[in-house]
Design a protein around this ligand. Structure first.
Ligand SMILES: NC(=O)C1=CN([C@@H]2O[C@H](COP(=O)(O)OP(=O)(O)OC[C@H]3O[C@@H](n4cnc5c(N)ncnc54)[C@H](OP(=O)(O)O)[C@@H]3O)[C@@H](O)[C@H]2O)C=CC1
Ligand SMILES: N[C@@H](CC=O)C(=O)O
Ligand code: NA
Length: 429
């Protein structure tokens, strides 16, 4: 046995990783050089789906990161603290780190990578974005010669699973969320999934790699899926779209010194490659020069898939430890130090979908058209197909418009006496 692991956490991902490591035959031969040396948990009494000698398991996680025999710390416990402090302590003790913790990396990445570079160790995070899909390593290596201009992803399995089932079965949000939790896709607190915060963490990480600059997480515009209703899913379907929670990082079209960085439910044309990504699957479409478009697709969450990413990082570190060089491999490190400039959402230029509930009276569509026209918003389609009780339902899709102008038009529309409410406003890809 060569390389000793200290694993922090033995939940969905931790158990998946242990199972993979304990079943090494037929996989890469380097796996057989890895020893599961110590494993940290919160509760020793919890039943687990893996067999480990009791001496390996401890509730003293600090003793793992301070153990001189441990070569690699695998942080799969999640949460911000004590995960952040344990990662930093491991780094300060000269240990390489593998983490699946996008929440900690998106918030403390600057601190963690600065410490890692100073200590001459690697922090690997393939599992943090896209679960089992290789995306971090391709951005650092195979795609790094490209000038990337857009990264568009479905990067949260829980919300994609929920939206897919709402679309295909007309299911209720709450029932489907419970299934996603039972299947191990959702975070311990699913608020991060449903509110788009998990996707925001992930796009911040992808943007920093793709666009070579640190990202301040507060700059990522974020809307979750709670407000997406069955009604909008049905209207989208009729108009030739599906609704997906997209995470987008893109050179801003009207000011290329800034990035547009956002997470929101989006109407995606059915012919777009991301429209057919269903269930817990994730996909990330990377567009750059000279490569053009390349899409990564696969399971974005779950024990086995995520363990595949964690273990591939462990393997890269085992290989690095075995190569007798002390010089850091620049294709494994995260080196950027400057922060990217992020554009305000009001400067975004996009198409919009809006659903209005109005009094059923003559001239309402004309009034909507006038308000939009007053603010330079050009309408691509406008339909009145149904009623909600006494109120008429009107759905508008616009041409590309600056978001600031669109919001001003909406404010004017809101003040019309014929308008009851505007239940949904969604962006269109
Ligand atoms: N689930 C998934 O599909 C994916 C998860 N991830 C990320 O992987 C990480 C782990 O997720 P997941 O496996 O689902 O989480 P779980 O909640 O299933 O497991 C967390 C594990 O960490 C242990 N733990 C948590 N806090 C402490 C603490 N303070 N002290 C000691 N032990 C602690 C728990 O111990 P105990 O068992 O005793 O309670 C548990 O074993 C997270 O960062 C998550 O975002 C990334 C990609 C996919
Ligand atoms: N909760 C996350 C798990 C993987 O990162 C998701 O649903 O995608
Ligand atoms: Na990944």
């Amino acid at each position: 046995m060569g390389v000793k692991l200290g694993i922090l956490g033995l939940g969905t991902v931790g158990m998946g990783t242990v199972q993979l490591l304990q079943d090494a035959v037929g996989r890469h031969p380097l796996l057989q050089e890895i020893e599961i040396y110590r494993v940290g948990v919160r509760s020793l009494d919890k039943p687990r789906d893996v067999q480990l000698p009791s001496a390996v398991i401890t509730t003293d996680l600090k003793s793992i990161v301070n153990d001189p025999a441990v070569d690699i710390v695998v942080e799969v416990m999640g949460g911000l603290e004590p995960a952040r402090s344990l990662i930093l302590q491991a780094i300060n003790n000269g240990k390489h780190v593998v983490t699946a913790n996008k929440a900690a990396i998106a918030r403390f990445g600057a601190e963690i990578f600065t410490a890692a570079n100073q200590a001459g160790v690697y922090v690997m995070l393939e599992a943090a974005v896209g679960g089992g899909i290789p995306i971090i390593q391709p951005l650092k290596q195979a795609l790094s010669v490209n000038r990337i201009h857009t990264v568009t992803g479905i990067v949260n399995g829980t919300t994609n699973y929920i939206l897919t089932r709402m679309q295909t079965e007309g299911s209720d949000f709450g029932d489907v969320l419970a299934d996603a939790q039972r299947l191990g896709y959702a975070e311990a607190d699913p608020t991060a999934d449903v509110e788009g915060l998990d996707a925001a963490d992930k796009i911040a990480i992808l943007a920093s790699l793709a666009f070579d600059g640190r990202i301040n997480l507060e700059d990522v515009y974020c809307e979750g899926i709670r407000q997406v209703s069955k009604t909008d899913i049905a209207y989208a379907e009729k108009l030739g779209f599906v609704i997906k929670l997209l995470a987008i990082a893109k050179n801003q079209s009207n000011d290329t010194t800034k990035l547009s960085l956002r997470v929101h439910p989006t109407l995606v044309p059915k012919a777009h490659p991301l429209a057919s990504i269903n269930g817990v699957y994730n996909a990330i479409l990377v567009e750059g020069e000279p490569i053009g478009q390349v899409m990564f697709f696969g399971p974005g969450a779950g024990a086995g898939a995520t363990a595949s990413a964690v273990t591939s990082d462990i393997l890269s570190l085992v290989a690095a430890l075995k190569s007798n060089t002390t010089a850091p491999n620049p294709l494994l490190t995260c080196r950027h130090e400057d922060y990217s400039q992020i554009a305000s959402i009001s400067d975004l230029v996009t198409r919009f979908y809006a659903r209005f509930l109005t009094k059923d009276q003559a001239g309402v569509i004309g009034q909507l058209g006038t308000c939009f026209g007053n603010h330079g918003v050009s309408i691509e389609s406008i339909v009145q197909t149904g009623f909600q009780g006494e109120l008429a339902e009107i759905v508008v899709v616009t041409h590309d418009v600056r978001e600031g102008e669109f919001r001003q038009a909406l404010a004017e529309i809101q003040s019309l006496s014929a308008i009851d409410s505007i239940p949904s406003i969604l962006r269109v890809l």
